[in-house]
Design a protein around this ligand. Structure first.
Ligand SMILES: Nc1nc2c(ncn2[C@@H]2O[C@H](COP(=O)(O)OP(=O)(O)OP(=O)(O)O)[C@@H](O)[C@H]2O)c(=O)[nH]1
Length: 375
């Protein structure tokens, strides 16, 4: 009992990471600003650490601690790589991801003084959710800190059953991709209360009734349309998915529901520790075992090849070892420990290229960075 409470105490020291994801215009940026001001207004204030991952955003109503725009200029990427806006944003995110270890170490340095870290993702949702860099960033933060996905939904634009279903299917795909605790955030409740969505999620018959009352639900013969039947079946499938979700209604405009959102974050943190972390450890251990087995297999194959080589051409083989010994290598012919170097360790901490905005403001004139060009 005592050990479990002490372990949960040490776990609570770690800040929670909130990854905000949502369709363009759903209100992600306004939501981040709202949760930021809520945390700042607490007594004592608990300012979050904000990481902006949207290279194309022009203005953010909050000060980010780390901003992708300080590291990479997506317009420059567009012209250098001859890309359109979406390609430019995606490539900018890919380039930034190559330095994400530095972001993590900056975050980890501050971790003990923080309660929340917020990641604001690009406006085009698929750039984050369906890219390798989005997965790398998500996995990297989730491996070291309790992480939750906040999926922002534009409630007034989700009142039609078909739109609601599409949005839920998208949320479902992200949940199964990230496997992280997931909060559905029904935003803009000042315009449209989210009760209808909760009703549909709790009772699929209510959703099917809404679907049936929708004008385009029957064809000219009075039969349910193909889409209607499909959505009816999907609502049964999604019923299982809803069990794994928390849903809150908020208004990023008025601040309504923000406290409930943080209650859901707290509950998700427990879920992360109980369910996600053990699974993550299991996957990591399995991966390490596979790697070790592969390494051993390669080593065995190499030793076999060497043995065959020695048999075929003993003179060359002996000479090679003899000259190695003359040069003073290990008696058994092993490579010296210093043959392979870790370049990162060669860099002193002060030589790191990354700029932490908490210590330094953005400098637009700094264009010394050189990104690799395609061949
Ligand atoms: N009424 C109301 N409007 C909101 C709310 N949240 C956001 N908005 C408005 O919705 C619009 C889009 O908000 P943003 O925060 O820019 O949305 P976003 O998802 O970051 O947009 P992208 O950067 O394009 O992805 C803006 O006009 C906001 O003022 C809300 O809770 N209530």
């Amino acid at each position: 009992m005592a050990s479990s409470s002490s372990s949960s105490q040490s776990a609570t020291k770690k800040p929670s990471v909130i990854i905000t994801i949502g369709m363009a215009g759903s209100g992600k940026t306004t939501f981040v600003q709202r949760i930021n001001s809520y945390l700042q207004s607490l007594d004592p204030p608990k300012p979050p650490y904000i990481v902006n991952l949207d290279p194309a955003v022009t203005n953010t109503p909050f000060d980010s601690n780390i901003d992708i725009r300080d590291t990479v200029n997506y317009k420059e990427v567009m012209s250098q790589y001859n890309l359109g806006p979406n390609g430019g944003i995606l490539t900018a995110l890919n380039l930034f991801t190559t330095k994400f270890d530095q972001v993590l170490s900056l975050v980890e340095k501050r971790a003990e003084t923080l309660d929340h870290i917020i990641l604001d993702t690009p406006g085009q949702i698929e750039i984050f959710t369906w890219s390798a860099s989005g997965a790398i960033i998500t996995d990297a933060v989730a491996a070291s800190l309790p992480t939750v996905v906040a999926y922002i939904i534009d409630t007034p634009r989700t009142t039609a059953p078909a739109t609601f279903m599409s949005n839920m299917l998208y949320a479902c795909s992200i949940l199964y991709k990230t496997k992280l605790p997931f909060i559905l955030v029904f935003n803009k409740t000042d315009v449209q209360p989210h009760q209808f969505a909760l009703d549909w999620m709790q009772d699929f018959e209510a959703f099917q009734a809404a679907l049936a009352s929708h004008s385009a639900s029957r064809d000219s013969d009075g039969e349910p349309t193909y889409m209607n039947s499909l959505m009816n079946s999907m609502s049964l499938v999604l019923d299982e998915f809803y069990q794994h979700l928390k849903a809150v209604g908020v208004s990023s405009m008025t601040g309504d529901g923000i406290k409930e959102f943080f209650d859901a974050v707290e509950a998700s943190r427990e879920e992360y520790e109980k369910e996600y972390l053990p699974e993550l450890k299991r996957v990591q251990e399995a991966r390490e075992k596979t790697l070790a087995a592969k390494k051993e297999e390669s080593m065995n194959r190499l030793m076999k090849d060497l043995a065959v080589d020695k048999k075929r051409n003993p003179a060359a083989f002996t000479d090679r070892f003899a000259s190695d010994e003359e040069e003073g290598d290990d008696e058994d012919g092993d490579m010296s420990d210093n043959d392979i170097i870790d370049r990162n360790e060669e860099l002193g901490p002060g030589q790191r290229e990354y700029i932490d905005l908490t210590q330094m403001r953005r400098d637009d004139t700094n264009d010394n960075r050189r990104w690799p060009r395609p061949q």
